[in-house]
Design a protein around this ligand. Structure first.
Ligand code: 4AD
Ligand code: MG
Length: 477
């Protein structure tokens, strides 16, 4: 006989068949009822122990957190809350858990506390649901692109370029930090470093992705990216995963269509394949909302919000239109924004993004054609000489979830912009070569994976949707 996972057991019709289960004890009641979980589903299997026929020493070791193996017959349950249960004929202890010391007690713990014991939090209902959904979303991303014939390109983690040009990178070196080699001028001599030059962890795979698109047509990356921005917010991580498709012969409209289709697809995928987990999180959120005053509660619950998102087209407006809406808003006039919108050209803060999405349009919004001055060097320049073919997708409760653009494919324009922004062209000759040899219209975007998981799970802090978050002054586990 082989072990059967609890998810499968719970779908069987009980006919007294013999099964073996292995998992971790969540609770043990009345020396008789074990709630057993093996991670395959949020639902526990009720294992009923015959305490008269079981040794006292074994009963004592059935404690919260212990790993056990139970063999028995599957029968219809008399009790409330489950349809089947396992009538155990034998229980073996695989790994003991000292109930006094085990940090997870059978009660509700705060998310903050669970973050401190992130090595154990997968064993809670909430994090079980979150990380099964995260898995499904990752799978759905690959399936979406695979079905469309995109090539999954592995772009490098260590690089000598700073793709976004924002300078917020983590250096990579194997210098002895107590004895860093200097040259005649007293500067750090990177020639002596491992790669013979200054290197860092990638902030984006886009530039290398563009090289792939110029050969395969359609590619995507899906990997970790790193940013040393000192933003201690609920939406920023120093290490996060990003999905970056890059497509030849696409303009900005094609790019927006693809991004919208991708988001609809992956959210739908989770709704279909993670029904139980989403319903669990929905209930959890509703309970939390009850603690809030009526006017602070969300209009839609999690399920409704996800349904709404997949059935409605996103609003598409230009940056200029967005600024006009914000400038004229009663929020701005009553000085309710921390940063008031007075002029064209300012970067939007998250309060403005959220106003547009949550108050004004009440649905996801795509903003296009941003001022060139606040966007990266590679974006295609518009005829007006002021704006670029950029697009950001803003989601309710999240703000920016996608950032992308049509790329500047004209060599002269691209070089002029790089010079104006003091981006050294010598180091990016390989990138400029795509504009020299068979250049073409192309576009792409980056979807922040954790922001997507935040949205689908309804969690509010990005630290709770990545297994081991890296944030300023925090690198545990
Ligand atoms: O807007 P960003 O910086 O765009 C790029 O990196 C482009 N190279 C993408 C491209 O066109 N291929 O980042 C893209 C997305 C953001 O919209 C956001 O969802 C996410 O990545 N993101 C972060 N997520 C978590 N923590 C951070 N510190 C993030 N910074 C960006
Ligand atoms: Mg961005």
């Amino acid at each position: 006989m082989t072990r059967v996972k609890i998810k499968e057991i719970l779908s069987l019709s009980p006919q007294g068949q013999e099964v073996i289960v292995k998992g971790w004890v969540r609770t043990f009641r009345n020396n008789q009822f074990i709630a057993l979980n093996d991670g395959s589903t949020n639902n526990n299997l009720q294992v009923v122990v015959d305490f008269n026929a079981t040794e006292e020493t074994i009963l004592k070791r059935i404690t919260t957190g212990a790993a056990i193996c139970a063999t028995g017959k599957l029968i219809a349950s008399q009790g409330k809350g489950q349809t089947v249960e396992l009538n155990a004929t034998s229980v073996q202890i695989i790994g003991d858990s000292d109930a006094e010391k085990y940090p997870l007690q059978p009660k509700k713990h705060s998310l903050e506390f669970l973050r401190e014991i992130a090595h154990l939090r997968f064993r809670t209902n909430t994090f079980g649901a979150v990380f099964r959904i995260r898995h499904s979303l990752a799978y759905a991303v690959h399936k979406f692109f695979n079905d469309k014939g995109f090539v999954y390109l592995h772009t490098p983690i260590i690089t000598a370029s700073d793709a976004e040009g924002a300078g917020e990178t983590f250096a990579v070196t194997n210098f002895d930090l107590n004895n860093i080699p200097k040259n005649d001028k007293g500067e750090i001599d990177f020639k002596q470093d491992f790669f013979g030059k200054h290197t860092n962890l990638t902030v984006s795979g886009q530039l290398e992705g563009e090289l792939g698109a110029m050969a395969f047509g359609d590619i995507y990356t899906f990997g970790p990216t790193f940013r040393a921005e000192n933003s201690n917010t609920t939406r920023h991580l120093a290490e996060f995963w990003m999905i970056e498709p890059e497509m030849a012969f696409y303009d900005l409209n094609d790019n927006m269509d693809l991004a919208e289709e991708l988001l609809h697809y992956v959210i739908n995928y989770a709704l279909e394949h993670n029904k139980e987990d989403i319903e669990f999180l929905n209930t959890r959120l509703l309970d939390e909302e009850k603690q809030k005053p009526q006017n602070e509660r969300s209009e839609l619950n999690l399920l409704e919000k996800l349904q709404f998102c997949v059935t409605n087209k996103f609003e598409r407006i230009t940056y200029t239109q967005a600024i006009d809406i914000l400038k004229e808003s009663s929020h701005n006039k009553k000085k309710k924004f921390q940063y008031l919108i007075n002029e064209w050209g300012v970067d939007m803060q998250s309060e403005h993004e959220r106003y547009l999405v949550e108050k004004h349009f009440k649905k996801p919004v795509i903003i296009t054609d941003y001022p060139a001055a606040i966007k990266s060097f590679y974006m295609r320049q518009n005829e007006d000489g002021k704006t670029v073919r950029a697009m950001d997708i803003l989601f309710p409760g999240i703000g920016e979830i996608v950032g992308g653009s049509q790329r500047e494919e004209r060599l002269d324009k691209l070089e002029a912009r790089m010079n104006a922004m003091n981006i050294p062209t010598e180091e990016l000759q390989w990138y400029l070569d795509t504009r020299r040899f068979g250049t073409c219209e192309h576009a792409g975007f980056g979807l922040g994976f954790e922001r997507l998981v935040l949205f689908v799970t309804g969690m509010t802090n990005i630290r709770d949707v990545i297994p081991f978050p890296r944030t300023p002054k925090n690198c545990e586990f």
